[in-house]
Ligand binder design. Sequence first.
Ligand code: ADP
Ligand code: MG
Length: 695
Amino acid sequence: MNLTLESPVQYVPRVGPSMAGKLRNLGIRTVYDLLTYIPFRYDDYSLLSPIARVQPGETVTVVGTLASIKTFITKNGKRLVTARLTDASGSIDIIWFNQQYLVKVLSAGDTLSVSGKVNWFGPKLVFSSPVYEVIQKESEGKGSLHTGRLVPVYAETAGLSSKWLRGRIDYVLEHCLSSVVDYVPDEIIRSERLMDIREAIQTVHFPNSQEDANRARERLSFQELFVLLLRSYEQKRVWDTTLKSRPLTISVAIFDRFKKLLPFTLTADQQTAIAEIFADLARPIPMNRLLEGDVGSGKTVVAAAAMLAAYESQTSAILLAPTQILAQQHYETLSLIMEQHGISVELVLGGMKTHESKQVHPDTKRSARQATPRILVGTHALLTAKDLPKKIGLIVVDEQQRFGVNQRAELRKLTQTAFTPHQLTMTATPIPRTLAQTVFGNLDISVLRNSPSGRTPVKTWVVPQEKRAAAYAWIDKALHDTRSQAFIVCPLIDESESLLTVKAVRSEYDRLKRDVFPKRAIGLLHGRMKSDEKTAVLSDFRQKKYDILVATPVVEVGIDIPDATIIVIEAAERFGLSQLHQLRGRVGRSDKPSYCLLFTEGEDPEVRTRLKALETTHDGPTLAELDLTLRGPGELFGTRQHGLPGLTLARLTDIAMVARARRSVTLITGRDPDLAAFPHLREHINQSKIDTIKD
Ligand code: ADP
Ligand code: MG
């Protein structure tokens, strides 16, 4: 069969269904995916040496004839494979550990290229577990893949080795590379002095030098950013030119009453954000705005103002929260505000039909309910509820990056009506300006910078190992003297909240109970608990049945426990600064002084310096910018749910590269917004749009 770039990877010779399944775990489905699976580093085996000249400690490649190969059993019963390799200058021994099969694969007389480190073994120099490659007569002149050069090393998954991947990638390079088309316009390739795409793909796998590899990577990362920015430009253009929505307005009188009935005055930032939102809502183009503000900065009341505007304009408003606990919390807050205006709020949780939810009168006719405006709060379950209102004017999404894949698709479906609801997304993840202007160029952003007055910044200390005991004693006393409460946050052991993490947090909980705070009541909260168990633990904590809550970081963002004034974060070095800042935001929610203690595992002075930034800086976006430069965007957004498109090579922190890509996008779209003159590019952008919708 004829392989094309779109062929499923299983049709590549020596792949097959089972290996294809493993490749899928690496995100490789097609021949093209395999072709563009980028190595994460290279082993330098380019130093070729005659056997007699090898030096202890050096990494070299030698080529020789296998004189002998056999299994060897050591005095303590370990099985080794030993071999002797000979060239014109001399011979050297090779030892392989745990690779018994080699005696079946290799035999005396084979010509072998061997790369690895040479070391003393007793009185002799040997290669220990080197990589090897049998040099076949017929492949002479073709060059080696695994030895004697810069050798690509790929991220592997169980059952797939770099060596195997190298072989398959070499195959598709030979057979399919020529059909790759360059969708980056010629003039940009010329003006940006980029490598040809086919050369770049070939070189990124099998470079002749590190400089070559760098040039290939530069070309490929340029392309990633170029496409990313172009897509975000395109989204905004489509949004602005093809979507319609109902203009929503609120009368001055009603908004004044809204402000008057609040138990506080709006901060300047809140007023600005509301004004920006009202201006968006009044247009016949759907709003697509991000409301960014630290935990506790008062985003909910801003959302409430927008929802009231929707209601006053005879449309319904929906607020989506990522968890039941947060939905409940929003429901309570919004009810308090809306009731003053004679509006009742409905809560929809998983498993409940809207007509079973609170506040809805069962005798109301269904059509009537669809026609009259409503205010709904719920989790994603709401999106699939039966009798949703017909005229949805506004959707507010809290912490969208925490939404799973399917929910986002549901959200999209809901918005594909003749009138698109205006959309407001709230997030506590601070987005550094550099990112906001590039990747999120299709969003408008409002920021709540200052917390409502009355909050004192959380006093923060990085606690060295030797002060840990004293810190515990201080906490114990503080809990006793001021009747306040504490969070103790343990890190995730692995990315998802696996059983391993649960086990770790549970054993820390046992240790604290037994050895550290025997006199305090301690609760435990982790993401693997059932949702009603979580709710129960939190409500017990709020009612002060516990002094201390031991939790994993998935303890819900936005949880409001006013009497918690101390937060301890274990292994703080494992978190990004923004994430620590968000965790710390769970205290300092009342006028009492609050404290954040950062415990670290090691004594690395660099780690301490990084964490010390939290002692002096209490501003989310500044910390985010720091994170971005220190650790990159993956850290900032959490590796799994960062919501950033799949960049494999490019770094958003590479400001110069982002600027180059941006300049090129402006150049092209300024002249040709439809990309009519660039059919390959047009097709690629359409293609990647489909990818986004699928995900
Ligand atoms: P978040 O941005 O984390 O969602 P919330 O909207 O939950 O923050 O607000 C946090 C707390 O601050 C709430 O108790 C809210 O009533 C209060 N709050 C909001 N705005 C103000 C304000 N302007 N002045 C005083 N308190 C406010
Ligand atoms: Mg909130």
